[in-house]
Design a protein. Structure first.
Length: 115
């Protein structure tokens, strides 16, 4: 599975962005899809996850501000980000999980939030 993330850019604090992650094949077989982010000089951190049944979970730092969703018909994962803060600045990566030995990463899209 190839994952293509897009939608990043420069936004002012308090603004919104929607990230997309297009998959090269049907995402119905993907048990879980998630977003991670990596700020400059830091490790890659979990942001949000959605299961094939639609259950979601979020990092505490983004709860109430970010919403993860998936459109199986379009084979696309989304991350709607609102009330953005400078500390949300990072490269955002999408991730897909089929099994413990079958996982995939997208190439990342940069989100920069100015104060």
């Amino acid at each position: 599975v190839q994952l293509q993330a897009s939608g990043g850019g420069l936004v002012q604090a308090g603004g919104s962005l929607r990230l997309s992650c297009a998959a090269s094949e049907s995402i119905r077989s993907l048990n879980r899809m998630a977003w991670y982010r990596q700020a400059p000089g830091k490790q890659r951190d979990f942001v949000a996850i959605i299961t094939s049944s639609g259950s979601t979970n979020y990092a505490d730092s983004v709860k109430g501000r970010f919403t993860i969703s998936r459109d199986n018909a379009k084979n696309t994962l989304y991350l709607q980000m609102s009330s953005l803060k400078p500390e949300d600045t990072a490269v955002y990566y999408c991730h897909a999980f089929k099994s413990s030995s079958d996982t995939y990463w997208g190439q990342g899209t940069l989100v920069t939030v100015s104060s």
